[in-house]
Design a protein around this ligand. Structure first.
Ligand code: PEP
Length: 253
């Protein structure tokens, strides 16, 4: 079975102490995960070592960065490299979140470099894609997402692409309370899997987890995750409330 993943994206929220408290409250629930289920916490850079320490020894729980540099190392003040993340035992990194694309001008080509560097340092990229409302309104969402995948990921070998997690996040649903319907989510996830199968193989398409993101909540997670091609969620707002995120973890297939 494909991996089923509940990934928390804290974004630029919480103080260090609040982050510790949130993580402790979730971990004290001792939610036991099936072999193929994983929980990922994408926390701000200064909290990564703390998160990695707390998650150490917890099977299938991982810490993640929310971004990394597209440069390997050197004179890039303020940047954090994939090698640095690897050196503190971070195993995952969110790439290409729509907020980074919009506010920090991250384009498909730079994201391709980021993904390459993550793979070089054994870090699983959680690659975000998704269309704005204006694109969905004219029915061009499939082509839009296809271009994002092609330009950032489709140069990878079959072995490399198998190490990537994809998160489909329609921008109009992020932080807005407007969730995609299960039909809309399933339709795009199936399309992404079709693209992966066409470029690589059905076997490969079948093992790559595709997460849904966009106002996932305790109340809608089960329904969204029940779609055959939805393999969990990337969760913003609801991941900041321990009880809600625990419910979302428990909603994994
Ligand atoms: C996100 O941060 O990726 C996200 C989907 O946010 P929210 O769950 O708040 O919509």
């Amino acid at each position: 079975m494909r991996k089923q993943i509940a990934a928390a994206n804290w974004k630029m929220n919480l103080t260090y102490q609040q982050g510790e408290e949130l993580l402790d409250s979730i971990l004290k629930e001792e939610i036991s995960l099936e072999k193929d289920q994983q929980v990922v916490f994408a926390v701000p850079f200064p909290y990564l070592i703390m998160a990695a320490e707390k998650l150490k020894g917890r099977k299938n729980y991982f810490g993640s960065a929310q971004n990394c540099s597209d440069k390997k190392s050197g004179a890039y003040t303020g940047e954090v490299s994939a090698e640095m993340l690897h050196s503190i035992h971070i195993t995952h990194c969110v790439l290409g979140h729509s907020e980074r694309r919009e506010y920090f001008s991250e384009f498909n080509q730079a994201l391709a470099h980021k993904a390459e560097l993550c793979l070089e340092y054994n870090i699983t990229p959680i690659f975000c894609c998704g269309e704005p409302l204006s694109i969905r309104e004219v029915g061009a969402e499939e082509g839009f997402v296809e271009a994002q995948l092609k330009e950032s990921l489709f140069h990878f070998s079959e072995d490399q692409i198998r190490k990537i997690v994809i998160a489909y996040e329609p921008i109009w649903a992020i932080g807005t309370g407007m969730t995609a319907t299960t039909a809309q989510a399933q339709e795009m996830h199936a399309h992404i899997r079709f693209l992966l199968a066409s470029k690589y193989s059905k076997n490969t398409a079948d093992i790559i987890p595709i997460l849904y993101g966009g106002s996932v909540k305790a109340g809608n997670a089960k329904e969204l995750f029940s779609c055959p091609d939805v393999d969990g969620g990337l969760v913003g707002g609801a991941s900041l409330v321990a009880a809600d995120f625990c419910s979302i973890i428990r909603a994994l297939k």
